[in-house]
Design a protein around this ligand. Structure first.
Ligand SMILES: Nc1ncnc2c1ncn2[C@@H]1O[C@H](COP(=O)(O)OP(=O)(O)O)[C@@H](O)[C@H]1O
Ligand SMILES: [Mg+2]
Length: 510
């Protein structure tokens, strides 16, 4: 007989207008890594929030270590040795790592008989021991605001360990990490399993599940689709179940058909606000019908190249030529009008107007032109039909269709809206920075197809991505950036992902 540490039976949870979990039952064995797979909005976080005591189910029961439990708060869950690392970390910025770890715990000692008091030396020592044991290196006296996101995540894990969690829930832990950091985290999770902990891993990335999980429950629109043994399940099978239809992993890429040069970047150097050279003497060109992808580890200057081409950052030296015209000194608007579309990384900051409707956001690039505007008169019928067309084509999901205020939409759907709006401009040059970051497989497939379609139409495409797979799938030409310099530029079919990976680490002559 199987020994389950957690059983969730017939769990239903409704939010206004939506059944987030619909009669879901899962049972988790001690010491396994159990994955919860599903697209955005499938109900994964909701299900685990109930196990962590943040919501109570409308129906169903939760059994922990064989005993039915009713959690009214996450303290109740913590008392059953359940811990959770949330998608958005819950740390106090101006406290130290050690302070964050003990925060909310019962005071360890009472000094003078009445004052709650924590002996920070002892705490630091205990943290050091935990960090060594689980390879979670931190410096307990560092302030949270001074450490990078990967360290913050380690603090969250340490916090669970410090509270003696045996059942650890990770909600999309890799979304904020670089490929190297992801590898490292998966090793840590493996270490936790070896130590007998039970890990529940929420994700929408199947490769991660393949690497680390023992079993996998798949949720689709609130319902449990199936529970699979990861060893014997194929990636294709998992993807199809997660999306609810057949997923095409390798969208057909037709042979390249390059035309004239559209973008010419010549000896470009860009400095940041501290006068530090973040892009150093970079040269490349992109032809019609060509996808030029810049591969590199985050923070090596790739987004600054995109910003410089689009006009968000100034070139310190060098030139940028668009279709034979020098645009080095042109404004953002002039460049947009000269034929550049830009899908930036910071979508909320520069991509959308959060308090406008979806319809108005979709028309943002078009409203002053025919047929949307004739002699200064706006045609709202056109706005509406255009919005509906894009919503359908790019599968933009929201509560109230085109009338939805963009702020209330999920990040993934905001992103689909921007990508759709910019692609529909059909400009000679399209810049994509991390176009599929955080998206589900279904949405990634759709956006990849659209990018290839634009390439086949004859657009020059600058693709910047941290996902090596995305670059290998789409690029015609790859430039690998390291420390602000293009270390290597070559046709995509002359490099393996292994070669690209080595250049990304700064190894020349890979
Ligand atoms: N607190 C809430 N109030 C209203 N709706 C919510 C709330 N939390 C989640 N939802 C909705 O429930 C559904 C499932 O959400 P969630 O569990 O966060 O999905 P996932 O984690 O799989 O992306 C979504 O449609 C989401 O909008
Ligand atoms: Mg979630």
């Amino acid at each position: 007989m199987d020994e389950y540490v957690v059983e969730m039976r017939h769990i239903t949870k409704r939010f206004p207008g939506i059944v987030a979990n619909d009669d879901v039952s899962i049972s988790i064995r001690k010491g396994e890594v159990y994955a919860l797979l599903g697209e955005n909005g499938a109900g994964k976080s909701t299900l685990m929030s109930m196990l962590f005591g943040m919501y109570e189910p409308d129906k169903g029961e939760i059994i922990v270590n064989g005993k039915p439990v009713v959690f009214h708060s996450s303290n109740d869950a913590a008392a059953c040795n359940i811990g959770m690392v949330h998608q958005h970390f819950k740390l106090v910025d101006n406290y130290t790592i050690a302070e964050n770890i003990v925060l909310g715990m019962e005071p360890v000692k009472k000094k003078f008989g009445f004052l709650p008091w924590v002996d920070m030396r002892e705490v630091n020592k205990e943290i050091q021991e935990l960090s060594q044991k689980y390879h979670l290196e931190v410096n307990p006296t560092d302030k949270i605001e001074d450490v990078p996101v990967s360290v913050r995540q380690r603090v969250e894990i340490l916090k669970m360990l410090y509270r003696k969690a045996e059942i650890m829930i990770f909600d999309e832990p890799t979304a904020v990490l670089t490929p190297q950091e992801i590898e490292y985290l998966l090793e840590i999770i493996d270490g936790l399993r070896k130590d007998g902990k039970t890990v529940i891993l929420i994700t929408h990335k199947i490769e991660e599940i393949k690497k680390i999980a023992d079993r996998c429950a798949i949720l689709l629109r609130g319902k449990l689709v199936d529970i699979l043994d990861v060893k014997t399940a194929s990636v294709q099978e998992m993807a199809n179940m997660m999306v609810g239809r057949e997923v095409d992993f390798n969208p057909y890429k037709s042979p390249a058909n390059f035309g004239k040069t559209i973008l010419e970047v010549d000896h470009l150097t860009v400095k940041n606000e501290n006068n530090f050279e973040v892009v150093k003497d970079v040269s490349f060109s992109i032809r019609e019908g060509e996808i030029f992808a810049i591969a590199g580890v985050s923070g090596n200057g790739q987004t600054e190249i995109a910003d410089a081409v689009a006009g968000m950052m100034k070139a310190a030296s060098g030139t940028i030529t668009l279709d034979g015209k020098d645009v080095t000194g042109a404004s953002i608007r002039e460049r947009a009008e000269a034929g550049i579309s830009y899908i930036p990384e910071d979508r909320q900051g520069t991509g959308v107007v959060m308090d406008f409707t979806l319809q108005d956001n979709l028309a943002l690039r078009e409203y002053h032109k025919e047929p949307f505007s004739k002699k200064g008169i706006l045609s709202f019928d056109k706005f509406r039909s255009y919005a509906d067309e894009l919503i359908e084509k790019y599968d933009i999901r929201s509560g109230q269709g085109r009338e939805t205020i963009v702020r209330s939409m999920s990040g993934g759907n905001q992103q689909k809206a921007i990508v759709g709006r910019e692609i529909e401009e059909h400009t000679p040059l399209i810049i994509f920075v991390q176009p599929t970051r955080g998206l589900d497989i279904g949405a990634i497939e759709m956006i990849h197809k659209q990018i290839l379609k634009e390439r086949d139409r004859g657009a020059a495409i600058l693709l910047i991505s941290l996902e090596l797979d995305e670059i290998m799938d789409l690029a015609d030409t790859i430039g690998v950036i390291y420390n602000g310099q293009l270390l290597q530029t070559a046709p995509a079919d002359t490099m393996t992902s292994h070669d690209v990976g080595r250049y990304m680490m700064g190894v020349k002559d890979a």
